[in-house]
Write a protein that binds this ligand. Structure first.
Ligand SMILES: Cc1cc2nc3c(=O)[nH]c(=O)nc-3n(C[C@H](O)[C@H](O)[C@H](O)COP(=O)(O)OP(=O)(O)OC[C@H]3O[C@@H](n4cnc5c(N)ncnc54)[C@H](O)[C@@H]3O)c2cc1C
Ligand code: SF4
Length: 598
């Protein structure tokens, strides 16, 4: 897939990073006819050739269990990266275990879109105006209506299953945009039925997995009106994607392109235009500016040779993932920008956010000894509970300000190492044939619930350049500061109480008592891997890093197309919004180029 740099003489746009934000930006620009150069720090990766999706646990060391260098399992698609990247450290300012930021990075073509859970939820109208609603956090300079057409486009392009439920702040998609959802699993149906009595709605989740083939006859014209070449290329790319057959783990990647990964969905049509060059093993060090303050290009290290290179373009799109983009901005120092690029306000690195996460598990006797059946399905749950207490919260009946949705794990999926772990608390210590019978009885009867909630940006959560530590390329690394506030801790206490109630309503028993101190239950900063912010957008250039089109106030031809411009981090998982914003930003940048403004 990687094309040699020499294939194009000059580029209009450089895109840094090839994940959700970079993939989307490169797709839009290349399909519109711009010459694009993508720089990706990791290696080339082609899921179609490389995914071990059909391998069984028996074929791998330790029955494919996770290890420190492959924390999500031997077959996980993150071929390079994880919680630690060798030779590329980051630091935490505090030694307090409760003030640590953890950071999952994927150094490979497609970044974290190769593994991600593919939960794809739209932000709702409230999510763009949080300050106006409750006086906390920061309003976005755009509203839901600004982004809705781009959510429609992304959903049609990548293929999202789900249903329209017309729930508060949980937007519907236009008719015909979503693909039909898969059936709920047995445990999911039970939870849905029993949670109803508690007033908790459980509905089909939205996930970037094709439940049927895409409509290649009509979607391309909707996405690229008046652009026959783009329509032809997209129709062909869509026909090369098959529908899911519900039997393998999405986190390993998908060779039939049924789920969304940037290297199977965004990059092939963009490459087919002939307008995109991708250079992998290209670790960007800094963005270069001229005396007038315009970005002229990018300098990067070829990680295979260690050599430095410089490339030029009219426009730079930064999509290295929110915190990495902050790092590149802060490391791009010059006499004109001594504090880093676009940072004369000192706001780059500030307003860093993650998702509030906590979980609770239980065992459900009603799910014991179910008849044998395959519940593999799409990676992750087929249903979820959107936040359901907007009215109560707004009326001041809750002791925390923002909501969470509930994801959960149930079911009889392909057992791996540890499938029978911890069963002795139910079996009373059986062994031999009796244990085998017990393992069959209890397999699939355990459930676990996870909250995914909104945090409020605060002054204790930010990142900056570490004054001494550098990575193996000599590039200064990030130092994180983190502290959950009482808002998030009180939300986590509510999450755990709710999960215990659902498990009880399902006739089950919780596995462990919810933590008395929620700071022991909340996952560390960054641990949900939804970090966004760090270079927020706004309408006042003294209070934000970019304008409403993610164009930096100080460098007109520099745009951010990852999660860095987010002003809030709604409970909705961020990637669909990253892609919708990236599409909008790229369209705007191309129009500004056409008009000669950048
Ligand atoms: C296990 C897991 C599950 C997840 N589940 C979900 C989910 O269900 N729903 C959801 O919405 N989100 C989920 N996420 C989060 C999701 O993966 C991210 O929000 C999304 O990938 C962000 O896209 P991005 O383009 O900003 O960054 P990335 O996908 O991280 O891509 C950034 C790319 O930039 C490259 N890069 C970094 N620095 C440089 C540099 N200096 N020079 C050149 N290239 C560079 C990286 O190598 C990488 O390829 C999950 C993440 C993980 C890890
Ligand atoms: S479950 Fe479906 S989408 Fe996921 S990897 Fe398997 S075939 Fe692909």
């Amino acid at each position: 897939m990687t094309t040699p740099l020499k294939t194009q003489r000059a580029h209009d746009v450089i895109v840094i990073g090839s994940g959700a934000g970079g993939g989307q930006a490169a797709y839009v620009a290349a399909m519109a006819g711009a010459k694009v150069l993508m720089l990706e720090a990791g290696r080339n990766y082609d899921p179609v050739r490389e995914t071990p999706m059909f391998h069984t646990p028996f074929q791998a060391p330790l029955r494919a269990a996770g290890t420190p260098d492959k924390p999500l399992g031997f077959y996980d698609s993150t071929v390079n990266g994880g919680w630690e990247v060798p030779g590329e450290p980051f630091t935490n300012a505090s030694t307090d275990p409760k003030r640590q930021f953890t950071w999952w990075r994927a150094r490979m073509l497609g970044g974290r879109t190769n593994h991600w859970g593919r939960i794809s939820l739209r932000n709702g109208p409230y999510d763009f105006k949080p300050y106006s609603r409750d006086g906390l956090g920061i309003d976005w300079p755009i509203g839901y209506d600004d982004l809705a057409p781009y959510y429609d486009k992304v959903e049609m392009l990548v293929g999202i299953f789900g249903t329209n439920e017309s729930m508060e702040n949980t937007p519907n998609s236009p008719p015909g945009v979503l693909l039909p959802p898969p059936k709920a699993r047995a445990g999911e149906l039970l939870a849905q039925h029993r949670a109803k009595a508690l007033g908790i709605p459980i509905v089909p989740i939205h996930r970037a997995v094709l439940t049927r083939r895409q409509d290649a006859d009509t979607i391309p014209a909707k996405l690229h009106p008046g652009n026959a070449k783009a329509q032809r290329i997209l129709a062909k790319a869509m026909r090369e994607r098959a529908a899911c057959f519900w039997a393998t783990e999405c986190g390993r990647g998908c060779s039939i392109k049924a789920n969304y990964q940037s290297p199977t969905v965004h990059l092939p049509p963009a490459l087919a235009t002939g307008n995109l060059d991708i250079v992998t093993n290209a670790m960007v060090r800094e963005i270069i500016v001229d005396q007038s303050g315009k970005a002229t290009g990018v300098s990067y290290v070829d990680t295979a040779t260690g050599k430095e290179h410089t490339v030029q373009a009219r426009v730079i799109m930064l999509a290295a993932s929110a915190a990495e983009s902050v790092r590149i901005l802060l490391n791009s120092k010059s006499s004109r920008f001594p504090n880093g690029l676009a940072n004369s306000t000192g706001l780059v690195g500030k307003n860093l956010m993650d998702t509030v996460g906590a979980g609770l598990g239980g065992q459900i006797p009603l799910l014991e000894n179910l008849p044998l059946h395959n519940e593999d399905g799409a990676g992750g749950d087929h249903v979820y509970a959107p936040w359901w207490l907007y009215k109560e919260q707004h009326a001041g009946k809750l002791d925390f300000p923002r909501g969470y949705h509930i994801e959960f794990a149930t079911g009889r999926r392909m057992p791996g190492l540890g499938a029978a772990q911890g069963l002795d608390q139910f079996t009373g210590g059986s062994y031999g044939k009796a244990f085998k019978a017990d393992a069959r009885r209890y397999f699939g009867s355990r459930v676990s619930f996870a909250g995914r909630g909104e945090m409020i940006p605060n002054d204790d959560c930010f990142c900056e350049i570490d004054p001494t530590v550098k990575d193996k390329w000599g590039i200064p690394v990030l130092r994180f500061h983190w502290k959950w506030s009482d808002y998030e801790l009180r939300q986590v206490a509510h999450q755990q109480k709710t999960f215990a109630e659902i498990i009880d309503a399902m006739g089950g028993k919780i596995r462990e008592t919810p933590a008395a101190d929620p700071s022991n239950a909340i996952r560390a900063g960054g641990n949900v891997k939804h970090e966004v912010g760090g270079a927020i957008m706004g309408s006042d250039k003294n209070k934000s890093v970019t304008n409403a089109f993610a164009q930096t106030w100080e460098v007109k031809n520099l745009f951010l197309t990852d999660g860095a411009p987010f002003c809030s981090n709604a409970d909705k998982n961020p990637t669909l919004t990253i892609m919708a914003l990236a599409w909008r930003t790229t369209e705007y940048a191309l129009e500004e180029m056409r008009r000669g403004n950048v």
